[in-house]
Design a protein around this ligand. Sequence first.
Ligand code: 17E
Ligand code: FE2
Length: 411
Amino acid sequence: MLFQNARIENAGTCSDIRVLDGRFQAIAPHLDPLPGEETEDLGGKLVLPPFIESHVHLDTCLTAGDPVWNMSGTLFEGIECWAKRKDKLSAQDIRDRVNRAVRMYAKNGVQHIRSHVDVTDPKLTAMETMLQLREELRDVMDIQIVAFPQEGILSYPNGKQLLEDAVRMGADCVGAIPHFEFTREYSVESLNFAMDLAVKYDRLVDVHCDEIDDEASRGLETVAARALELGLRDRVTASHTTAMGSYNNAYVLRLMRLLKMSGINFVSNPLVNTHLQGRADTYPKRRGVTRVKELTAEGINVSFGHDDIFDPWYPMGNGSLRDVVFLGLHVTQMMGYEDIVNAYRFITHNAARTLHLGDGYGIGEGKSADFIVLDAENYYDALVQDAPVLASWKAGRKLAQSAPASGEALF
Ligand code: 17E
Ligand code: FE2
């Protein structure tokens, strides 16, 4: 099949793309159709590699208000609400919700998801079911699973064993939640335990790290130091790190050296953390987002995630990463032209590095023909106009489509 007039990643000129046997066979300014070859004229629309959701909790999605709403809007009330919902978990319940959420993502051009899955459950129901869904959905969605100890590793009964069991069952990544552990000592010990597990089982690491406005929350330095010392380096990701928005500058000056040496990745979740953080503040009220602009300027890899779709921590969400990027740029004040036009990198290339997708990701001859078409000429316009994802192709198969946005002034 030949796709004509594609504007690949904001390019000034268009290209033709030939897809054969599920792969990009040729990409060039002009390709003549072969005899009998099907063609589709993309008319100069923006073509990007598929979007990547680098941080979400699929096991909790679509449960907001069941059985109770999070009234304070804090992370901690969210954890309490979820503990009540967790009691009612069943495999079928998880299957129904995750299948719906995956389709919401697919419609919005997402083809890869890293999902945290709560393992502070003696039955590990969510983990068992998510591992099955990872395999069942493999052809349409690439799902990575983090064994995430929502209620702590040392502060939850049998927490160490549950985490290790989940990893042995087949989780791709090991998680931790240092700012939720009972004490600072537990926090450090939990990180050492989680990262040693990653070495033992050859897994990636993704820590919910310092998701709190406490400027004394210093899990990040331990994560970075252990990533360096254990040689895990870019196999490690620090998610949230909202306390970094509250650290004093003198401390960050010292910390930045270690962060760069460690090679770790960051995931920021601007929609959810502007909502959850700053809840103990009066005014001035903190923004609750990590230092994305400064980390990026230092060459450190940062991606953006949604974190939640309609669950105890976030009462909205539709599976579109557009709003994540849109708000992320505002709250981090990355609003220069280059910042905006290149912002798709937060949910494509940067996220691919975090997920360790390797050289197979991206648009290039010989790679799997995975790409999306947006109803705009470049990402700046796509973001401003909230352009729909017209089509999502994976290995040469069309997974999802949307109609162009309509609506007009009648005067
Ligand atoms: N759990 C957590 O600890 N933090 C979050 N932001 C979510 C779940 C969504
Ligand atoms: Fe999260």
